[in-house]
Write a protein that binds this ligand. Sequence first.
Ligand code: SF4
Ligand code: SF4
Length: 195
Amino acid sequence: MAYDLSFAREVYQHVEEGHWIQMCMQCGVCSGSCPLGPHWEFGPRQIFQMVRAGKGEQIMRSSALWMCTSCYNCIVRCPRHLPITHIIHGLARYSIVKGYVDPQQTTARFAGGIFWNNVISTGRVGEAALSMVLYFADGFGQGINNVLEMKNVALGMLKTKRLKPLPFRGKIKGYEGFKKMLDKAEELEMEGVEL
Ligand code: SF4
Ligand code: SF4
């Protein structure tokens, strides 16, 4: 694959932790360690290679950017200590900013709004409420279909105590400080300050 660094330079400058891609030695440990690797259109190693090869549009439109579950397996194993998870999420976010992804696409909508709103309202993740908002985002009928489709997964999670069925316990201790911190981060981001 020929090198064309124009897109890479953009990524190094504007994508969270994107400059780390320069350190990738293409060993493939990350892709081999990723539990979802076989299901990605492109694995992390290939994404980083494509950044350096100038395949910007292909990457920005790829579903691969939305597959990372933040398990951190790749980060633990990367011999060059690249923050791979952060870079993948950074590229996904950048694809929204640049208008390559429909903000209503399910994963973009989840990451960009539903999850965020769930967390900032109390400082905790409320799994049951989170799932319900996501499932019913496209209307009541679709919501019922989604619930029926996912019921066995939900039952399994309840049995193993991985899902709390009742609404959570209100705001975290020190919520005001937490909210101030997020507001400040948002303000800095709007000003274009790299966080
Ligand atoms: S494990 Fe690290 S160095 Fe190896 S391909 Fe992945 S990101 Fe690059
Ligand atoms: S953090 Fe993301 S990219 Fe890394 S191994 Fe886990 S799912 Fe794959």
